[in-house]
Every structure is written in C-alpha cells, then in structure tokens.
Design a protein around this ligand. Structure first.
Ligand code: ATP
Ligand code: MG
Length: 560
C-alpha cells in the first residue's frame, strides 16, 4: 500500500491500519464522525473530524457523518444543520449522512435477540436501586432480583415498553453480562430506557430509546465501519462494545481505537460548559467570535486551512496534553500571511493636515495588495490634505527610541511619502487634536528621494475617502490557562472582562468597506481582521482574528 504524503502526517492509528491493509485484513477503510446533535461543534471536534476523514482518505476509503441521536431530550434539528455546515466548512465531504435513529427498528430487533438468548432482561427496579447495586471499583455489584426472570416475560415486557404501556422509569432493559466484573461497564449495563419524548426525526414513533453504548457499536457494524475512532474516555467501554458485537448477528465487526482529546489552554471544550456560556449570556451566542466553536472561530476570521494544519501539527496520540492556544493562532497567522490582502485601517484616529497638499484634491497612489506577492496586484489608495493616523503613533514628549511621529520629527507614511511634523494643535484641555505637517514631494514613488530612509513608517487613511467602521478587538475568553481546572471555583469566574473591546469609530480604506462577511485582511501593522455579518456597506464591522505577533507568549514569559 503506498500513500501519497500530501494526506497528512502519520501516527499510531495510521501505522496500525497500514499494517492491517498490508496483511490483507481489509478491502476498504471506512470511518465515521459521530456527533451528538445537542450543541455546536468545537475545536476538539475538529481534531476528531480531521482524524476520521484524513485516515479514510489516506487509504482511499470513506467517512460517514453519523448523528448519534439517541437522547431526544437535548437534541435539535438546528444543531444537525449547524454541524453539517461546520464539517463542510472544514473542507470534508462525507459519503453517507446517517442517524442512529435510522437504525432504531434494527436495534430493537437485536435487543429482542439478546432477550431470547438469555443475554438481556427487563429490570423493573427504579434507577436509584439499580445505581445502588452497581458496586464500586473494589466491591462487586449486586444482582437484580429480576435478573433471572424468564426470557418470555422480559420479551413481553419489552414489547409493551415499546407499545407505550409504561411510564418513564418503570422498567429498563439491561444486558446480562457480569455483576462481578472488574469493569463496571460490564455490570449489566442499561441498554434501553422508557422516555416519552418527541424525537426530532422519529417524532412520537418511539417511547423507548437505546443507550449510547448499545447504539454506537451496532450502528458502526451496520455501516461496515472498519475503525471506530473515539476519545480515551471510551477505553473502558471497549469491552462492552466488543461484547455486544460478539453476541449479535451483526453484518461486520468494527474495532474501536481510542486517542487523546484535544485540550486548549485559556479555553473550555465541553458542550455542557459551552451551552452554559450561551444560556447564561456570557457570550452573544454559539457563534460569538470568542467561542471555541467552529461557528465562533469562523466568524472571528479563522480559516479551515489553519485549523487543518493545526490538527496535523498536534498529531494523534494516547497521552493527554494541553496545547497552547497560541499554536492554533500561529497556524492562522501563517495562513493569513500568505493569503490576506493588505489594507490600512486606523483604529483610534488623530487628524493630520498636510499643509503643502492642495485643498480639495485627491491623489491616487498605487499600493501592493500583498508586498511579497506581485501577482495579487495593486490597489489605489487615496491621499488628501487631511488624513488620519493612529493616535498612539504620535508622541509629544517622545523618548529617543520612539521612531514614529514627534514634534519636528520625520516619518514615512506607508505607501506614500515622508512627512515632517511642524505644529501640534491642542484643545483647551491640552489634548492633542490635530497635527500640521509638511510632506517632502521628493520622496514620492518615482522621485529621486523615494528611497530616502527614515526610521519609522506609519499607516494612515484619507479623512475624506475613508469609511467609518466598527472594529471588535477580541482576546482570550478566559484569564487563566485552565478555567475548568479548579473544581472549587465555577469556570465562569475566570471569564476575561476585556475579551471584547469595541471601537466604534475606526476608519478603513473605502474598498475594504465593500468586504463581504468572512473576507479577511491584514490591517497593516495591526493584525488580521475579518468582516462580520453584523456590518452593512454604510457601517462595516470587522473582527480582529489575531494580532500580528503573539503578545500572550511575551506576557507569560515575563512571569505576569
Ligand atoms: P463534549 O465533551 O464537548 O460534550 P462529546 O464527546 O459529548 O463532546 P460528541 O458530539 O459526542 O460530543 O462528539 C463527537 C465526537 O467528537 C466523539 O467521537 C468525541 O470523542 C469527539 N470529541 C469530542 N470532544 C473532543 C475533543 N476535545 N478532542 C477530540 N475529539 C473530541
Ligand atoms: Mg459524546
């Protein structure tokens, strides 16, 4: 078997599959990504998606998207739709869309099979009693008084459970395995519960629902999944997965392989916690750009390419680790550095008048869309007598090392020419409100002084042509590296109050204002920004996806 190396890095799962293929154990590799439609996908899911799809792709196989919809209490159609959009956005195409609920009839028939073979029984105790009999890691469990009830009786009760004769909790169906097993998952696990709930797909057809463990392996077998890849917390469930496959007339025998989940610092990756952030209003929704959901990071301006590169870089192992969020941000910087068009934006405008530039005129300057990529072409930038510069690019009492604008000092205006600051205008409160400068016409592009060097270059926009825009500066949602780590403190206590700073009156180049939601740019000297769907042509909104440099690494390095 040869593999093209464009298909991603190798790891223990790939190596194992290659060996199995070499030994002729499989004709084709089939994997699945099995989300439960009870929330949006997050960056942890991206790791699982990338793994499942890339492994199948590498060996010419395919991947199914399987919704694990066995718990109608929390599942909704809108989550199914969002999950499909997110998987597509990441750049993966599934072969079949399947739902565990597609198999409810078959799963039910197999449950009867277990009953008829003395391998399952209806337990009529309440949930409390069943829990109390489970035992512990050191104590064996206690057998239910219903464990040895005749198969015929269990069959009859199970059929009547399905028919809706009983209230929630009146009975459950349990696999009959071993109450003394060292593995608690094998102590007669519950495989069906009565729940009078409407299911998003099967409506009111069913009032009994299979457990995750019972549905999962059998769904894998029906779809001829060869390798069922899941996270490490399912390792202890593998014996149950295998027991069910061994005792049912399933059409194929998948194997389960576990890998470690993705953890990111300054982030929570658990649907339960993310649901709380949304429900309690800590964020504006599942797609708030501070959320680690795929919908959130997409809106923030992250690219699918960066996320895929990140997943390949972090690899697949069996050991738990916490990956710095900065690793993902670096993948994003590298990607956007290659592709994002450059533009100028001023976040905190300070007016600057070029006293020797004619009033009422516009000079159109040529600027590169991407300085390292001539094939991306040029754009036209409007120069006028009045422009805006970044307020903190001027300093009245500047230290020696300050190479931006200061009284009497010179600076180059990016894409234009060199100017000198001749006069500083202040309001009655002593606040600087305007700078009067003169330009050196000799330093325009094409003129003899075009290459004259000054120490600083600053960005700017025309006061006349630029468009007012709202800019949203995002930062880490949490202030501490492991927000959920301390069980004594609720993770929401660690929210970063400065995770969103809104700048209502930034100015951008007019062409940039025409961006469509999702378009990304490098705002020169400031970072990478993406147009937000909240924006309109009259009032665009931009999200900062990532700064140009990793400021967090610096702060942590200082021991702050
Ligand atoms: P959460 O823990 O966020 O509630 P989940 O495991 O309940 O997630 P599912 O919809 O059941 O969510 O997950 C679908 C698949 O994604 C599963 O195979 C699961 O193992 C995998 N997955 C979930 N979280 C991560 C993660 N952090 N890293 C890698 N894979 C993950
Ligand atoms: Mg799960």
């Amino acid at each position: 078997m040869t593999e093209p190396d464009i298909q991603g890095p190798t790891h223990f799962i790939r190596n194992r599959i290659r060996k199995e293929l070499d030994a002729g154990q499989y004709q084709q590799i089939v994997t699945r990504f099995p989300p439960e439609p009870n929330g949006y996908l997050h960056l942890g899911h991206a790791k699982s998606i990338a793994l499942n799809f890339s492994v199948a792709e590498a060996f010419g196989g395919h991947t199914n998207l399987r919704f694990d919809d066995t718990n109608p209490a929390k599942e909704e159609q809108r989550y199914i739709d969002a999950i499909k959009e997110d998987v597509r956005w990441l750049g993966y195409t599934w072969k079949h869309e399947r739902h565990a609920s597609d198999y409810f009839e078959q799963l039910y028939a197999w449950a009867l099979h277990l009953i008829d073979h003395g391998l399952a029984y209806v337990d009529s105790q309440d949930a409390e009693s069943i829990r109390a009999q489970r035992g512990t890691l050191t104590e064996p469990g206690v057998e239910s008084p219903f464990r040895n009830r005749p198969s015929e009786e269990s069959r009859d009760l199970f059929q009547r459970m399905r028919a809706g004769e009983f209230a929630d909790g009146a009975h459950v169906l349990r696999a009959k395995i071993d109450m003394a097993s060292g593995n608690i998952n094998l102590r007669d696990p519950v495989i069906y519960r009565i729940r009078h709930l409407t299911h998003p797909r099967t409506g009111d057809q069913w009032c009994i629902y299979p457990s995750y463990d019972y549905a999962h392996g059998q769904s894998d077998a029906i779809e001829h999944i060869t390798h069922s890849l899941c996270t490490l917390e399912f390792e202890d469930h593998r014996p149950l997965y295998e027991w069910l496959l061994a005792h049912l007339p399933v059409p194929s025998h998948p194997v389960q392989i576990e890998f470690s989940r993705l953890n990111l610092d300054f982030t929570v990756l658990s649907k339960r916690r993310l649901t709380r952030l949304v429900d309690e209003g800590h964020v504006s929704g599942w797609d708030d750009p501070r959320m680690p959901t795929l919908a959130g990071v997409r809106r923030r301006g992250f690219t699918p390419e960066a996320i895929r590169t990140f997943c390949a870089e972090i690899g697949v192992t069996k050991s738990d680790s916490i990956i710095p969020f900065g690793v993902l941000e670096n993948a994003l910087r590298n990607d956007l550095n290659e592709r994002a068009p450059r533009t100028m934006a001023v976040l905190r405008p300070l007016k600057l008048v070029l006293t020797n530039f004619p009033e009422g005129e516009t000079e159109w300057l040529d600027a590169a869309v991407h300085p390292q990529k001539p094939d991306m072409g040029t754009r036209r930038v409007a120069m006028t007598r009045e422009i805006y510069i970044e307020a903190d690019d001027f300093m009245e009492e500047a230290p020696k090392k300050f190479f931006r604008l200061k009284p009497g000092g010179e600076v180059r205006l990016r894409n234009a020419f060199i100017i000198r600051c001749d006069e500083v205008i202040k309001d009655t409160g002593g606040q600087v409100v305007e700078l009067r400068c003169s330009l050196d016409p000799d330093t325009r592009s094409g003129q003899p002084g075009a290459n004259r060097k000054v120490k600083g270059t600053i960005h700017w926009v025309s006061a006349v042509h630029s468009v007012q825009t709202e800019v949203r500066l995002y930062d880490r949602l949490f202030q501490v590296p492991d927000p959920a780590g301390d069980k004594a403190v609720d993770f929401t206590e660690h929210l970063n109050p400065e995770s969103l700073v809104v700048i209502p009156d930034a100015r951008i180049e007019p062409e940039t204002a025409k961006a469509r939601p999702g378009d990304s740019f490098q705002f020169e000297r400031l970072g990478y920004f993406a147009a937000d769907p909240d924006g309109t042509p009259e009032r665009p909104v931009f999200n900062r996806a990532v700064t140009l440099r990793d400021t967090w690494a610096k702060i942590e390095g200082q021991g702050a």
